[in-house]
Design a protein around this ligand. Structure first.
Ligand SMILES: Nc1nc2c(c(=O)[nH]1)N[C@H]1C(S)=C(S)[C@@H](COP(=O)(O)OP(=O)(O)OC[C@H]3O[C@@H](n4cnc5c(=O)[nH]c(N)nc54)[C@H](O)[C@@H]3O)O[C@H]1N2
Ligand SMILES: Nc1nc2c(c(=O)[nH]1)N[C@H]1C(S)=C(S)[C@@H](COP(=O)(O)OP(=O)(O)OC[C@H]3O[C@@H](n4cnc5c(=O)[nH]c(N)nc54)[C@H](O)[C@@H]3O)O[C@H]1N2
Ligand SMILES: [Mo]
Length: 763
């Protein structure tokens, strides 16, 4: 694989995407099965694409994208990780391999057991694996010594059973990937509008006059979103992008599923205005927009013209405007410009688009949620939308673009370390099991509890916490401290190697595969970013007869630990309709669940804020009056320049799963160890492009956090900001550098020192 840096001049999508899709499908060892799979992704009678949580356009012939194709092909490999593989490869040896190597080995074939003294995983029967888990759990002196992690791929049925199992054992310790991801969105939206989810549906994108996209890279991470943006741009809607980097997908896009765009060189311009704030500068930018809107409003009123604010909406539905106006007035332009890194003139252009649009949607993802002041930033976006009544009318609203394909559904069905009392009451009444009332651990708290020895058993329903969590060495130590770690997984990953004293890998079916239980073939359900719940049924043949469904695995653990009373776990796993009946009885919005799933395309769970019903303490939507953060991060430490690092995804990865070594739209080929830096900053630091550097992050606990072997690449990025890929940079993110009130690691603002490596040898 040759390494090169070469600017990508095409539009996102287009022939490049088609060529890449074809390569992945053909390279996957079972092209025919994969093509069949692709054609069934996101169909009424097919499976939900595991690639992302974007919604499906009803009536579209087929809807998948290059990166969805990668996700599907990657799962449907015929390669297997067998007991012989583990016999051949010691755990200590596998630890030295890359994440790419590990996942490339294929699907885990059988349940495997590790006693850490032996350094080799060995096969274990399902019954013995469940008995081992039961022995550990029943031996705990307190149920809160158990941590139950969830990655957002699990179905609603599996996640519901999992939370019931954990709560029946007696804990609310449900750390999940959402704690590392969109937690700030949930917290901010719940406080502001009384519901922690987006208020728009996919149809709203067809009616918006302006769409503001903050801190996200849909060309790579939500390619189907580009279809919605392209439609909007083509019918004349304004798309305003705030992104620290110039992302190709947000500049230009050609739809690989549109014959016309493929055959004519015409691609669609996506953003009509593209602004590149400094990392963490979005709150200041939005504050600037609000300041202008308020000024223009006051001036209009003075001239006797109608103002810009939606005064009826504000009077009827909101509280806190006066305090907010005071804090906006008190925010000086100098601070806004300095913190956002944008000129007042640029912010004015964005504010003009906002003020002149009838219907506005704001979308955002990790560029907003992984900072210290993420909750405050999201509240500032809500403030802006409230000023003009841009919530709960067609074509307008708030849209956190979720990550994992069912992360939103997992939360809805109870994966929540801080469940509300009403939900616990309902579970208690329905199942006649006393429910734990103590709040549980989020991801960071769970890692700390394992580190301290307070938590002893770690079970993961999917994911790869060892690579996904911050402070990789600390996380590894936390896992190693456990008596037992259990990973329910499809593929080999780093978390299997960072094992507790004893460890299990329990191999499960993937979403694209058929799932047959005692009562026959099963389907599961998922919820997308737009609160649409629909069925998903796999079509591919399972890769091995030993693999079990996630639901069956959870039922097996629960049955062995708790017996079959009062819940007959195995009977639930025999027929998922039974799980859905319990869900219907205990989850608001899921009434007549099985029956409503008959509707093609599923059903809409509804959103109280979109109906102008505000479930906040005051019964109204709240303006938040917070000053901007005092300062973002220091510009220097002991005379040495400090840069702010964002850790992000390349085009060829799915979180910790590395599909390939290219990041096509950013012009990076054959490598991942790169550091994007502004040319002036490269000069200022006396570096040259291609130099090898190491990075050391700053945190006040005296521990050294360092990574080395990164190659400097000149890039269009604000000076003082740098970017490099996750998970290679996770050792730099301090565990306790977290967002205020969200407790999410600040993966998009890490203060780092950058030093040229003395020897070019990669350490
Ligand atoms: N193919 C693929 N699809 C995925 C995933 C994947 O890894 N691969 N992951 C899934 C998951 S779990 C998630 S959460 C989503 C992630 O989707 P994204 O949020 O798009 O993921 P990141 O790669 O972290 O990209 C962050 C983007 O925000 C910008 N940014 C960073 N900091 C700032 C800032 O302070 N301000 C502004 N304005 N911009 C900033 C970056 O330049 C980058 O474009 O995608 C989901 N879909
Ligand atoms: N530095 C930094 N760190 C980050 C981020 C960042 O931007 N920067 N982003 C954060 C975000 S947004 C997220 S969501 C987390 C992601 O954290 P996780 O969700 O924990 O990680 P993934 O890489 O998505 O998990 C991949 C593993 O899931 C397993 N898997 C795949 N499909 C299935 C399935 O169907 N069932 C089961 N049981 N297992 C399956 C496979 O074994 C695979 O190895 O990472 C976070 N960490
Ligand atoms: Mo995520």
């Amino acid at each position: 694989m040759s390494k090169k840096i070469k600017a990508y001049n095409g539009a996102a999508g287009g022939w490049g995407a088609l060529a890449s899709t074809t390569r992945f499908v053909l390279g996957s060892k079972q092209p025919a099965a994969n093509l069949r799979n692709l054609l069934r992704a996101n169909q009424v009678k097919g499976f939900d694409c595991p690639g992302c949580a974007w919604g499906d356009e009803q009536g579209k012939h087929f809807s998948f994208c290059e990166n969805g194709a990668k996700a599907i092909s990657w799962e449907a490999t015929s390669r297997r990780v067998t007991p012989a593989f583990f016999k051949q490869h010691a755990v200590s040896q596998l630890r030295r391999q890359s994440d790419y190597f590990l996942e490339y080995q294929g699907r885990i074939e059988q349940p495997m057991y590790l006693n850490r003294d032996s350094d080799h995983y060995e096969p274990i029967s399902w019954d013995d694996a469940f008995a081992l888990i039961a022995r550990h759990l029943n031996g705990l002196d307190h149920p809160d010594r158990l941590e139950l992690y969830t990655s957002g791929r699990a179905s609603n049925e599996a996640a519901y059973l999992y939370q019931l199992f954990g709560r029946a054992v007696g804990t609310n310790n449900f750390p999940d990937c959402s704690n590392l991801c969109h937690e700030a969105s949930g917290v901010a939206l719940t406080r502001a509008i009384g519901v922690g989810k987006g208020t728009v549906t996919l149809q709203d994108f067809e009616r918006a006059d302006a769409i503001f996209a903050f801190g996200q890279n849909p060309g790579t991470n939500h390619p189907r979103m580009l279809h919605s943006l392209r439609h909007a741009a083509r019918r004349g809607a304004a798309i305003v992008t705030f992104n620290n980097l110039k992302e190709r997908g947000l500049e230009r896009f050609a739809d690989p599923q549109s014959p016309l765009e493929m055959l004519t060189p015409k691609d669609s311009r996506i953003s009509s205005l593209y602004l590149s704030p400094r990392l963490g500068g979005d709150m200041a930018a939005v504050r600037g927009m609000a300041k202008l809107v308020l000024e223009w409003d006051a001036a209009a009123l003075q001239r006797g013209e109608p103002g810009l604010l939606d005064r009826d909406f504000i009077a009827e539905h909101t509280q806190g405007l006066d305090d907010y106006m005071a804090v906006v007035a008190a925010t000086p332009w100098q601070q806004i410009e300095q913190q956002s890194g944008l000129r007042r003139e640029q912010i004015r252009q964005a504010a003009e688009v906002y003020a002149s649009a009838e219907r506005v949607i704001c979308t955002w993802a990790m560029g907003i949620t992984q900072h210290k002041h993420s909750v405050a930033t999201i509240r500032e976006m809500v403030n802006l939308q409230l000023l003009r009544g841009q919530i709960g009318k067609p074509g307008a609203g708030l849209c956190p673009v979720r990550g994992h394909s069912n992360v939103q559904g997992n939360r809805t069905v109870g994966i929540n370390e801080q469940p509300d009392a009403a939900f616990l009451d309902r579970l208690e009444r329905h199942f006649h099991i006393p429910m734990p009332r103590r709040p549980g651990h989020n991801a960071v708290a769970a890692i700390q509890a394992m580190l301290d020895g307070r938590s002893r058993v770690f079970i993961a329903l999917g994911g790869n916490i060892a690579a996904a969590a911050p402070d990789s060495h600390v996380t590894a130590e936390a896992l190693a401290n456990c008596e037992l770690t259990v990973q329910i997984s499809t593929k080999l990953n780093r978390s299997h190697l960072m094992a507790g004293k004893e460890a299990l890998i329990l191999p499960c079916l993937g979403r694209t595969e058929t799932d047959v239980q005692a009562s026959g073939p099963q389907f599961v359900t998922v919820e997308d970013s737009f609160s649409m719940v629909h069925a998903s049924q796999g079509v591919g043949k399972p890769n091995s007869p030993h693999q079990r469904s996630e639901t069956a695995i959870i039922a097996g653990m629960a049955q062995a630990t708790l017996g079959s009373k009062p819940v007959d776990w195995l009977a639930l796993a025999d027929d998922y309709h039974r799980i859905r009946d319990h869900m219907a009885a205990t989850l608001p919005g899921f009434e007549r669940f099985n029956e409503r799933l008959q509707q093609p395309g599923g059903f809409y769970l509804g959103n109280s804020a979109a109906e102008h019903h505000w479930r906040t303490a005051t019964g109204k939507a709240g303006f938040a009056a917070e000053p901007l953060p005092e300062a973002l991060l220091p510009a220097e430490a002991n005379g040495e320049p400090v840069s702010v690092l964002q850790t992000l995804r390349s085009h060829d990865q799915y979180n910790t799963t590395i599909y390939g070594m290219d990041d096509r739209y950013r012009g990076v080929y054959g490598q991942r160890m790169v550091l994007f830096m502004h040319p002036d900053e490269i000069d200022r630091r006396g570096l040259n492009e291609g130099d090898l550097v190491e990075m050391i992050s700053l945190w006040h606990d005296g521990k050294e956090r360092k990574v080395a072997g990164f190659r400097v690449v000149a890039y269009d990025i604000p000076a003082g900001n740098v970017a490099a890929y996750y998970p290679e940079t996770n050792p730099l993110v301090p565990l306790h550098s977290t967002g205020d009130d969200s407790h999410t690691p600040t993966s998009k603002s890490v203060a780092v020192l950058i030093r040229k490596q003395a020897s070019p040898r990669i350490l």
